[in-house]
Design a protein around this ligand. Structure first.
Ligand code: IPM
Ligand code: MN
Length: 362
């Protein structure tokens, strides 16, 4: 058995970021013992206010050298660049683009004990994954759009063959590794686009079709971005893996999160060929920052995704075992009402939820 240790670059960030990040670290240390070493790194809107840097070069270099990155949240209201865009988001986007984290993986999974706003759906009744292209689409224009004489602004939607091939390949391989959609057990990739209207999306779909040829055991399905919002509410059990352009993925992943208990329990993994960043899909929630009131669940479940990704890369069963134990412990804390966070109808504090998960691990 290997005794390898893994270096995790950790950026607490802003708002509730430090609270949820530290809660997740506490759970990771309890489950993983001395397998993980943590680099605590500066970054975010608060750091920008003090230093003028949202992502210090030291932080970026440590993230690039680490085995994985775990992030709390970033962004503070009113801390914006002269063009009006948010500083905190820039931390995130710089890491995404500079580390080429092209697959933003957003599981939509209703856990036992968690109430969905969709009537008739209980724990286990919703289980699919949104794979959002994370390095181009409409986001390729961030910081590059046209702003003219305070009367004209435009951003372009960029679809490249490489960018689409690799995110589609990721989606089909993910579908091959899953057990298929809940409704029929079929391994399926649904391409979410607006190919009926825009050539960029018709190009996206055509490349997904090409990639599908290499994955005959996975069914391909198509849904326009407007229509899929209806299906995600009316028949979520049909979905297995959804692949979408950046902006569409950003939008439908929040809808998916809402159907599975909300942003406070929705994890994410932003994955490239060499690096990966894991964080809850929520934001920095400054309105409840510093009150120990946030739920650490999304960050804890993102840490589970991180351990599984590390196991995929290093083939270290200790990581997979720790991931399973944390996921089971977190699930028990919710399903047995041991410590239910406020966003899920309970009154447990952030630190209490983390403590309960650690006890359940024990
Ligand atoms: C997300 C967020 C980010 C995005 C922000 C924080 C840059 O909304 O990760 O979904 O727009 O992608
Ligand atoms: Mn978003």
């Amino acid at each position: 058995m290997t005794t390898k240790r893994y270096r995790i670059a950790t950026i607490d960030g802003d708002g509730i970021g430090p609270e949820v990040s530290q809660a997740a670290l506490r759970v990771l240390k309890t489950a993983c013992g001395d397998m993980l070493d943590f680099d605590m790194l500066d970054g975010g809107a608060g750091h920008y206010q003090k230093t003028g840097q949202v992502l210090p070069e030291d932080t970026f270099n440590a993230c690039r050298e680490a085995d994985a990155i775990l992030h709390g949240a970033a962004g503070l209201p009113g801390v914006v660049y002269p063009d009006g865009t948010e500083v905190g988001n820039d931390l995130h986007l710089r890491l995404r683009f500079r580390l080429d984290l092209y697959a933003n993986v957003r599981p939509v999974k209703l856990l036992p004990g968690v109430v969905s706003p969709l009537r008739g759906y209980e724990g286990g009744g919703i289980d699919y994954v949104i794979v959002r292209e994370n390095t181009e689409g409409l986001y390729a224009s961030r910081g590059a759009g046209v702003l003219l004489r305070d009367e004209f602004a435009s951003d372009s939607l960029v679809t490249t063959r490489k960018g689409t091939e690799r995110v589609a390949e990721f989606a089909f391989r993910l579908a091959e590794s899953r057990n298929g959609a809940l409704s029929d057990g079929k391994k399926r990739v649904t391409v979410c686009d607006k190919a009926n209207i825009l050539r960029s999306y018709a190009f996206f779909r055509a490349i997904c079709d090409e990639v599908h040829q290499q994955h005959p055991d996975v069914a391909i399905d198509y849904a326009y971005a407007d229509a899929i919002t209806v299906h995600m509410v009316k028949r979520p059990e049909f979905y297995d893996v959804i692949v979408a352009e950046n902006m569409f993925g950003d939008i439908i992943s929040d809808l998916g999160a809402a159907t599975a208990g909300g942003m406070g329990i929705s994890p994410s993994g932003e994955i490239g060929d060499e690096h990966a960043l894991f964080q809850g899909a929520h934001g920095s929630a400054p309105d409840i920052a510093g009150q120990d009131a946030a739920s650490p669940m999304a960050t804890v479940l993102s840490a589970v995704m991180m351990l599984r990704w590390l196991n995929d890369r290093h083939g270290d069963p200790r990581l997979a075992e720790a991931a399973d134990r944390i996921e089971t412990a977190a699930g028990r804390v919710l399903s047995e009402n041991i410590a239910v966070p406020r966003d899920l109808g309970g009154n447990a504090r952030c630190s209490e939820v983390a403590e309960a998960i650690c006890r359940a691990l024990g």
